[in-house]
Each structure stands twice: as structure tokens, then as C-alpha cells.
Design a protein around this ligand. Sequence first.
Ligand SMILES: *[C@@H]1O[C@H](CO)[C@@H](O)[C@H](O)[C@H]1NC(C)=O
Ligand SMILES: *[C@@H]1O[C@H](CO)[C@@H](O)[C@H](O)[C@H]1NC(C)=O
Ligand SMILES: *[C@@H]1O[C@H](CO)[C@@H](O)[C@H](O)[C@H]1NC(C)=O
Ligand SMILES: *[C@@H]1O[C@H](CO)[C@@H](O)[C@H](O)[C@H]1NC(C)=O
Ligand SMILES: CC(=O)N[C@H]1CO[C@H](CO)[C@@H](O)[C@@H]1O
Length: 323
Amino acid sequence: MKVIVLLSLLVSSVVAQDGYAALNGGTTGGAGGTTTTVSAAAAFQTAIKSNTPKVVFLKGPISLSSQASIGNNTSIIGVGTTGIINGGGLRTVGTSNVIIRNLVINKVKGNDAITVQKAHNIWIDHNEFFSDTDHGFDFYDGQVDLTHACDFITVSWNFFHDHFKCSLIGHDPGNSKEDTGKFHITYHHNHWNNIHTRTPAMRFAHVHSFNNLFENVVSQGIHSRSFAQVLIEGNVFVNTTEPGESIVFTLNEIQRLTNLQCLHTGDFEPDGFANFGAASDFGTGRNNITATGNFTSVPYTYTLTPLTSVRSTVTSGAGVGKI
Ligand SMILES: *[C@@H]1O[C@H](CO)[C@@H](O)[C@H](O)[C@H]1NC(C)=O
Ligand SMILES: *[C@@H]1O[C@H](CO)[C@@H](O)[C@H](O)[C@H]1NC(C)=O
Ligand SMILES: *[C@@H]1O[C@H](CO)[C@@H](O)[C@H](O)[C@H]1NC(C)=O
Ligand SMILES: *[C@@H]1O[C@H](CO)[C@@H](O)[C@H](O)[C@H]1NC(C)=O
Ligand SMILES: CC(=O)N[C@H]1CO[C@H](CO)[C@@H](O)[C@@H]1O
């Protein structure tokens, strides 16, 4: 009897986490700790910052003027569709075991919507991120930026929309010493719409990208550079608005420089690798792959949504109010 009870507790505490966040001991956030519901900015900032296990429910909206820091062993979960954070955003640095679910984080100026650094076992699931594209490329920063050797992260079922530069893995091609061998990250069932770049852009990483829906990606989509390896499976691209641009992209600008061709905005660093598993639908988008890699399987089990169902499954399942 005891065994059965224990097993069912274990199952319920790890429910739904998958991908890389499920490895390396798993990602349970604040499961088993205290539970609080907050609805004011100051109470929210206090509730999320300790390192003791805790589940913090946000009944917003709240407005933040700077990023709020999340401690170890923390789950932050929006209540219904009220988990709205205007401005500010979240950061978790030097931590592990953090779950961020069912929040709407929007229009963060001067910082990312979520910054993760030197952290491992992080699960970012069923959130919505948006700003606008009325200003320039750098008016807002990233939506989910994962830098400084973070590892074992899953980004699933999020709705990213109306933004220039969505998600960056690895901030600097000169940071190989810290980053090489880290950045094992899964992106699945995310919905991206009206995005200019970085779905994601990665350096040094091993990224498994499956069953994501990309609508109206205006410029570069999945960008693999500085020796990164991406495994692409069962993704759907719809209405890529500049069909001549690159949807999956591994190119750097070094070749062009050495070929004495004109300087061109871009990143002067080594190429990445792209690997293709189960078929994707690239629509009118065109890929530009300079190097096929050797990252052809992942060390966890997962179930692919059939390609013909990806658009409807992701449209109805991604974002807030769905968990
Ligand atoms: C938070 O987690 C990190 C990574 O596991 C650990 O190094 C750090 O000591 C933890 N902080 C506290 C205060 O326990
Ligand atoms: C497709 O892209 C065009 C050009 O940007 C845009 O005007 C149109 O709204 C898009 N269609 C859909 C269904 O998103
Ligand atoms: C790849 O991109 C480069 C730079 O934009 C371009 O010169 C080249 O023609 C592209 N190749 C393909 C096959 O699209
Ligand atoms: C995979 O390819 C990378 C880049 O060429 C290489 O550094 C690495 O050793 C390869 N790994 C295996 C297991 O062959
Ligand atoms: C209860 C729980 O999950 N505790 C964990 C808190 O985080 C540390 C690492 O920072 C883990 O070692 C604990 O197991």
C-alpha cells in the first residue's frame, strides 16, 4: 500500500514536465512546499525570491518596474487568465528547479521578459509573451533569453507574438569556455506569430525543436551558430512573409568576408549545425543550411504530434488559460 501511495505522489509531482527539464533529476519547482496566492507586485516579489520550496499563484494583473528575481525550488503559476505581468519581467540566476507557467508577460523595456542565467532544470510552460513591433529592433529586449551556461530547460506550449527578437540562447560567440557543453534545451508546441527573429537563435547549444507552429516569421527563424546543433522535427511554418529569407539558418558572415563580399548586418562567428528528424512543413520559407550535424536523437522519450495536426493542436493548446 505504502508503495502505491508513494508512487502516485511521485507521479503527481512530476506531471507534464518533459524534454530536457525532465532529466538531470527533473524539475518539480515548489512541489511539496508552501502554497501562497498573491495579487500585488510587492507581495509577488517577496514570495518568489526565497530558496525554500514554494508554489506561488499569481492573481494579477500586476505591474513591475524592474525584473523580479526567482529563487531555487519555485513554481510560479498564473490563476486562470489573470497571471498578467506588465513590464518588469522575471529573472532566475544561479538557481535550479524553477517552473514558470500560465503567465502573460508583456512590454518589458530594458530587459527580457524572462532571463535565465547560470541555472539548470527550468520549465517555462503555457505562458504568453508579447510586445509590439511599432518601435525599433532594440526597443524591447528578448522574450525568453537563456545565457551563461544554463542547462536542462524545456520551453513548451508558450505563445510568443508581436515581437522583434524572441529567444536567444548564448549571448556571445566569445563565451565558449563557459557555454560549451551546456544549453541542452527543448522547445516544443510553442506558437510564434509576427516575430522578426530568434525562434530561437542559439550558440553552443543542443536544441531539440519539435511540433512548434511558426506564423508570420518575418526574417530569420531558427538560427544555429557558433557550433550549436539543432534537431528539427515536425515543425510547421505558415505565411513566412519574406519567402526569400532564411527560416532555418546556420550561416555566419565570415565566409562572405573572406570572399571579400560586402559587409552586411549579421553575426561574425562560426556556423552552427542543423539536423532534420521527422519531416517539417516549411511552407514558403527557405532554409539556408551550411552544415548538417550529428545531433540526431535525444536522451528522453517524447511523442510527436502528427504534422497535419500541429497547427490546430498548437493554436488551441498554447498560451494561458489552458492548464
Ligand atoms: C540555489 O541553487 C543553486 C544551484 O543548484 C545552488 O548553487 C545555490 O546554492 C542555491 N541557493 C541557495 C540559497 O540554496
Ligand atoms: C500573411 O503575411 C502578410 C504579409 O505580411 C500579412 O499581411 C497577412 O496578414 C498574413 N496572413 C495571415 C493569415 O497571418
Ligand atoms: C544563403 O544566404 C546567403 C546570405 O544571405 C545568400 O547569399 C545565399 O544565396 C543563400 N543560399 C541559399 C541556398 O538560399
Ligand atoms: C559532433 O559534431 C561536432 C562538430 O563537428 C564535433 O565536435 C563532435 O565531436 C561530434 N560528436 C560526435 C559524438 O561525433
Ligand atoms: C525540496 C526541493 O526540491 N529541494 C531542492 C531545492 O534546491 C536544491 C538545489 O538548489 C536541491 O538540492 C533540493 O533538493
